[in-house]
Ligand binder design. Structure first.
Ligand code: PMT
Length: 221
């Protein structure tokens, strides 16, 4: 019997980058290490939640006491997020999903040609967190916003555009925080509150975030 702030709740968390294949040996991706999402998953388990961690390719060990689903592309991550979403109470999107993928995946390795300039055609990926937040019975939905300028303005517009309950604004232009660092510093924004959480380890920050998310979730019920 668990008395944690999220006892009996089911939490889905996306983490890490996605990989969008160009051909059998190449892909488009980004610098997400998965550390932030994995720390959130751990903190949610510690708060008593049942957790599904939907993870892009990272170099982290699968944490214990949770269901870990390994995915590669944004399409895979969307499918893994939607599977059993009816049981999800809180959805947290910490993954750095590629916004675009190559229009076509070449069956064979693309050969180097005579041309000096090569053009790639990309098509938009589905927006996972927005798809979840558009469900008629949507879970309490928390997004991240990784920005290099106008942090709060862009974060707030993502909160509204994607119909989220909360957004975690992450300034990824600052050295020592954001992508791949062990530390992070964020601002937690809802429609009527702004809470800065200063720089600390991603583990510490994850427990602070889970405490705040649980609080706001419980108040919204
Ligand atoms: O993994 P780490 O190295 O620990 O780094 C942590 C982090 C910097 C990746 C993390 O703190 C973070 O900011 N994650 C969000 C990164 C991102 O891609 O943000 P965005 O502003 O592009 O996307 C906004 C939100 O929409 C995010 O919740 C994202 O998961 C979601 N999204 C975006 C595109 C898409 N196709 N589907 C989505 O669900």
């Amino acid at each position: 019997f668990d008395t944690g702030a999220l006892a009996g709740k089911t939490v889905f968390i996306t983490a890490g980058p996605t990989r969008e294949a160009l051909d059998p040996v190449r892909y488009i991706s980004n610098h997400s290490s998965g550390k932030m999402g994995y720390a959130l998953a751990q903190a949610a388990v510690d708060a008593g939640a049942r957790v599904r961690l939907i993870s892009g390719p990272v170099n982290l060990a699968a944490p214990p006491r949770m269901d870990v689903v390994a995915v590669q592309s944004a399409d895979d991550m969307l499918a893994a997020s939607m599977k059993g979403i009816e049981s999800c109470d809180i959805f947290i999107a910490a993954a750095a999903v590629a916004d675009y993928r190559p229009v076509a995946v070449s069956e064979h390795k693309i050969k180097k040609g005579a041309e000096e300039v090569m053009e790639l055609r990309l098509v938009k990926n589905p927006d996972i967190v927005a798809s979840v937040a558009a469900l008629p019975n949507k879970p309490f939905t928390v997004g991240f916003a990784a920005e290099t300028q106008d942090l709060q303005t862009y974060a707030r517009s993502k909160l509204e555009r994607k119909n989220l309950d909360l957004i975690v604004a992450n300034d990824v232009s600052q050295p020592g925080i954001g992508f791949n660092s062990d530390d992070n510093a964020v601002t937690l924004i809802s429609r009527d509150s702004v809470l800065p959480l200063p720089q600390t380890s991603k583990r510490q920050l994850a427990s602070q975030l889970i405490r705040q998310i649980a609080d706001l979730y419980n108040r919204a019920q």
